[in-house]
Design a protein around this ligand. Sequence first.
Ligand SMILES: NC(=O)c1ccc[n+]([C@@H]2O[C@H](COP(=O)([O-])OP(=O)(O)OC[C@H]3O[C@@H](n4cnc5c(N)ncnc54)[C@H](O)[C@@H]3O)[C@@H](O)[C@H]2O)c1
Length: 248
Amino acid sequence: MGRLDAKVAVITGGARGMGAEEAQLFAAEGATVVLADVLDTDGQATAAKIDQASYHHLDVRAEDQWQAIVDQVMADHGRIDVLVNNAGVDLVKKLLATTIEDFERVTDINLRGTFLGMRTVADAMIKAELPCSIVNVSSVAGLQGVANHGVYSASKFGVTGITKAAAKEWGRYGIRVNSIHPGIIETPMTADMRSFTDPEVRQRVERTIPLRRMGQARDIANMALFLASDDSDYCSGQAYIVDGGVHP
Ligand SMILES: NC(=O)c1ccc[n+]([C@@H]2O[C@H](COP(=O)([O-])OP(=O)(O)OC[C@H]3O[C@@H](n4cnc5c(N)ncnc54)[C@H](O)[C@@H]3O)[C@@H](O)[C@H]2O)c1
């Protein structure tokens, strides 16, 4: 028996990285998975490798696209048991060099996108009188300011905050909302970082991590699985750090 048998999960940013890993793990645990992303070729290829997965184009910034995908999944399956708001973009820039366009792009994808997803799915599930688990992917930068990541950090603090507020508003409807806070994880987002491209830098960074290794997408997927499943059915409004022990 799988831990997500008969559940329907929507995962944004599911084309690659952590989202694709979560899709694989959720499907292996029995879920029907809907992947949503703007990288259509990668998204379709990822979905094709997973039983019981489909791919839908979704720009998380677009309110009408959120309504369309939620209407479609509700029509097809009658429920969305799990929403993982995983889509996100990084920005490595000093604050004094950050333009208003940078600010809007990062906050629109990371925070507005998460807000729209939560609101659209919760509205549908409250009307259907069914429970739901919403998992928002924030960051350790959503709990602690990170230099040269000022706007990214601000957007992820926003995700941390809206998670806690939504958990209080929607708990009475059986809607749980939690956030995950990854440390440095090896994915396409971080592939160009010297911590991954230069073996010496990697070793140096690994020595600063209590568990002495870089994080992998599977580490985050395992936490997402716990929060998606009924194993966490008394957990809501919480921030779960997955970083090898760096931020105790
Ligand atoms: N990798 C890390 O070290 C790390 C650390 C902390 C938090 N995170 C967060 O984890 C999440 C997943 O990141 P990842 O490392 O797998 O990165 P990734 O770049 O591999 O994956 C992110 C996915 O989001 C999608 N996406 C971007 N903009 C989108 C939009 N407007 N609409 C829909 N999809 C969009 C991308 O196409 C991509 O498939 C992100 O929210 C990221 O901020 C990552």
